[in-house]
Ligand binder design. Structure first.
Ligand SMILES: Nc1ncnc2c1ncn2[C@@H]1O[C@H](COP(=O)(O)OP(=O)(O)OP(=O)(O)O)[C@@H](O)[C@H]1O
Ligand SMILES: [Mg+2]
Length: 364
């Protein structure tokens, strides 16, 4: 493990990283790419060797030396042009841009304007020295791709559509050129394409300016969407305000009458499946999904009630000025009949007495 107070090479020697290339007007070609199985990437702590490199080699050279995990590169290509930066900044594990597809081989169902999420390790936060940035970014790319593919497959099989997660338009690789190296060198960067959602990130809203009714509608949607996704086999694991976009449609459609309750036109979208867990079993080859009631709806009464120390509820405290557990029981009260004893495994041990007592069901 690295010394927790060391600097990376660039900071030590005051060497700036190359400027971020992801600016409006930047054009690049992407090729379809299948990531490695996300389950093969289990550990991402900084190894002794990478800790040494971090202090002794500049970050661009490290990126040239460390290609992403291979996966499988296909043949279909698209040409993209960046129209706008959405979240582009050094120190992040991904760069988010609005792109226009400018090639003419566009698949029929693909819109021309999309979001590209680029997993570029060069602009990762290399100041921190606990995580191997290269493995971590490979893991995020492979996991997020697998989660979107799993969810869209499940939705399709169940004949459902949802507007609460962005549509996924595939995983790709591109080569980013560094013209300032001699000779100019390329390095591969992975990315995914997503539907563009025109909402505001929840962490940029001031909850104190919103009525309690509005806040309740937003939180209920988050919980209901998360619980449905969990039923479909994906535990999002990162339902914090920065990963939730909030849209407000004043009129659901031009022909529909104005809603008597404008809050009803709020819609949340859940983003960022980089930390998701696909399937409920920690090791499906040994412990079958059925041991964890795979595919069964688990009520928020078990997964979203809190004893004051349960994530992600803690991150909503500024939004909530009512009794959280009472409200969960009120909103999801219809679930009570379907809660069985084998579902109690979703309650932390310390909460079992509190919630099971309220359910009016004891252990057999
Ligand atoms: N499909 C999209 N449509 C519109 N905006 C998006 C979309 N995807 C991402 N964004 C914007 O970019 C931000 C970062 O996206 P995301 O959370 O996927 O990236 P990340 O690098 O995994 O984030 P984190 O900073 O949480 O590690 C979001 O908060 C949102 O504002
Ligand atoms: Mg995020």
């Amino acid at each position: 493990m690295a010394d927790p107070f060391t600097d990376d090479y660039n900071t030590l020697h005051n060497i700036p990283k190359p400027a971020l290339p992801y600016i409006p007007g930047f054009e690049f070609t992407i090729t379809e790419h299948t990531p490695p199985n996300h389950r093969v990437i289990k550990k991402y702590l900084l190894t002794r060797e990478e800790a040494f490199q971090r202090e002794n080699t500049d970050v661009l050279t490290r990126c040239f030396n460390k290609s992403p995990l291979p996966g499988h590169t296909g043949s279909h290509t698209l040409r993209l042009k960046i129209r706008k930066q959405i979240r582009v900044s050094d120190g992040k594990s991904s760069q988010i841009v609005l792109v226009e597809v400018i090639s003419n081989q566009l698949p029929e169902t693909m819109p021309t304007t999309l979001v590209a999420k680029l997993y570029d390790p060069l602009y990762w936060d290399h100041y921190q020295d606990s995580v191997d940035p290269f493995i971590y970014i490979d893991k995020e790319y492979a996991t997020e791709t697998a989660a979107y593919q799993h969810l869209h497959r499940q939705l399709h099989e169940h004949g459902e559509t949802t507007t609460h997660i962005p549509h996924f338009y595939g995983s790709y690789t591109t080569d980013i050129t560094h013209p300032d190296t001699t000779p100019p060198r390329n390095r591969p960067v992975r990315l995914i394409l997503l539907e563009h959602i025109s909402g505001l990130p929840m962490d940029t809203l001031n909850p104190h300016t919103l009525s309690q009714a509005t806040r309740k509608i937003i939180l209920e949607q988050i919980i209901t969407v998360e619980s449905h996704i969990y039923k479909l086999g994906v535990d999002h694991f990162d339902t914090y305000p920065r990963n939730i976009l909030i849209q407000h449609h004043p009129h659901p459609s031009p022909s529909s009458p104005p809603s008597p309750s404008p809050e009803k036109n709020i819609q949340i979208t859940l983003l960022d499946f980089g930390h998701a867990k696909i399937g409920r079993s920690p090791n499906p080859e040994i412990i079958p999904e059925s041991d964890f009631l795979g595919g069964t709806y688990i009520s928020p009464i078990l997964r979203w009630t809190t004893n004051g120390r349960r994530e992600p509820m803690d991150s909503y405290h500024e939004w909530v000025d009512w009794d959280w557990n009472d409200w969960i029981f009120e909103v999801y009260g219809a679930d009570v009949g379907g809660i069985t004893e084998e579902m109690y495994q979703w309650l932390p041990y310390t909460m079992e007495e509190m919630i099971v007592g309220r359910l009016g069901k004891g252990r057999v």
